[in-house]
Design a protein around this ligand. Structure first.
Ligand SMILES: *Cc1c(COP(=O)(O)O)cnc(C)c1O
Length: 384
């Protein structure tokens, strides 16, 4: 059996090596290292893939979120509601812009922002909601857009983990994640579903005016050379990364399908286990059923119900199976984001998940033998 890795970037690179190497060399030879034609080509191809009017490439996913919020003109003191159970970047940029983060609990089945908790958190100062498509599963966008419309709020999708997922509306209509809110951000960090070989990110929107504003913000607030109309930042995707991304974009559906295949195999092994909850639950749609395609499994995350999660992490590591705990500490308990307004009783699910979740190896190169070894090792430990 091949050595098991959490993410197998080398195995994936080997399959596209010739195309990637040629394209990177072409960029090196062109010397158009910043804002070269490759960046524009990738941008156009990603717009077409997503079915969105504007993609604005930038330096990373954290910048993308920050720039999206700057583009919307959010002001210090504006309240922004987001999930307590996510990567810290989401809340970090809210705080950096001196907006007020309002963390709310998540749903125990989907791990995504809880709709009732959003409703409870809305005040006259609320200006935006940031749903995160956590682990690759689309948040409940239909309900979120409805709340946003009712209260006149912006919706900023953090799509760093969800690129390529098809959100399915209750009437069966589909849209790509990141094209439903007013604006969305994504990350091309190497281990993301569409990853480059360094840092990268992008902002998506269907709003022409917002796209124009954002194109200036990413470039020092310039709309005309050396005329700085707004305070901007320097955030660029370089041409080498765009060249790699353009090749990998052609594989994205295949990559996501391989992740879904691995998830199906995991689900099959774990579904009847008493102490294990599979994503996204036992009796509900798995996100990869015949009628929907809402989950692209950036992570494959189980809940371990019988208190053996920490032991399992150790046991897997000892047996050559890497794993991760995303995320071990709820954001509202992090030193940087503590706030006396928060009440422990408002975060029962996140507090519970932090103790129960474990993410297993998930990437495009997993094979049946590896999955078999992982699942039998997990099951025998949890039931011991
Ligand atoms: C990875 C990630 C980010 C940040 O992306 P970077 O490119 O690393 O800055 C933001 N939000 C979520 C949910 C992420 O997973």
């Amino acid at each position: 059996m091949k050595k098991i890795q959490m993410v197998d970037l080398k195995g994936q690179y080997n399959q596209i090596k010739d195309a990637v190497d040629a394209s990177v060399l072409e960029v090196l030879d062109s010397t158009a290292y910043i804002n070269g034609p490759k960046v524009h080509e990738f941008q156009k191809n990603l717009e077409q893939y997503l079915g969105v009017k504007h993609v604005i490439p930038c330096a990373n996913g954290t910048d993308a979120l920050q720039i999206a919020m700057m583009g919307l003109g959010l002001k210090p003191g504006d309240e922004v509601i987001t999930a307590d159970f996510t990567f810290a970047a989401t809340v970090e940029v809210i705080a950096l812009l001196q907006l007020t983060p309002v963390l709310v609990d998540v749903n125990e089945t989907t791990f995504n922002i809880d709709i009732e908790a959003i409703k409870k958190a809305i005040t006259p100062k609320t200006k935006a909601i940031v749903p995160v498509h956590l682990f690759g599963l689309c948040a409940n966008m239909e309900a979120i857009m409805e709340i946003a419309e009712e209260h006149d709020l912006y919706v900023i999708e953090d799509n760093a983990q969800g690129i390529g997922a098809n959100y399915t509306y209750s009437d069966g209509k589909k849209a790509k994640s990141g094209t439903i809110g007013h604006v969305a951000s994504t990350s091309f960090f190497p281990s993301k579903n569409l990853g480059c070989y360094g840092d990268g990110g992008a902002i998506f929107t269907n709003d022409d005016d917002l796209a124009h504003t954002i194109r200036g913000i990413v470039n020092h607030g310039m709309y005309e050379r050396y005329h700085h109309d707004v305070v901007g930042v320097n955030s660029r995707l370089d041409s080498v990364q765009a060249a790699i991304l353009d090749i990998k974009l052609k594989q994205l559906n295949t990559y996501n399908k391989r992740r879904q295949d691995a998830a199906r195999a995991y689900n099959k092994a774990f579904k009847d286990q008493e102490h294990i909850v599979i994503p996204i639950g036992r009796d509900v749609c798995s996100g990869i059923c015949d009628t929907c395609d809402c989950h692209v499994f950036h992570q494959y995350t189980l809940r371990i119900l019988n208190g053996t999660r920490d032991g399992l992490v150790k046991h897997l590591n000892e047996n050559g199976i890497p794993c991760g705990v995303y995320y071990p500490i709820p954001l509202h308990l992090q030193k940087a984001y503590k706030d006396s307004r928060y009440n422990e009783a408002d975060f029962p699910v996140t507090n519970q998940l932090a103790k129960e979740v474990i993410s297993l190896p998930m990437h495009t190169e997993l094979d049946d033998d590896q999955i078999e070894f992982i699942t039998t090792t997990v099951i025998s430990f949890v039931n011991a």
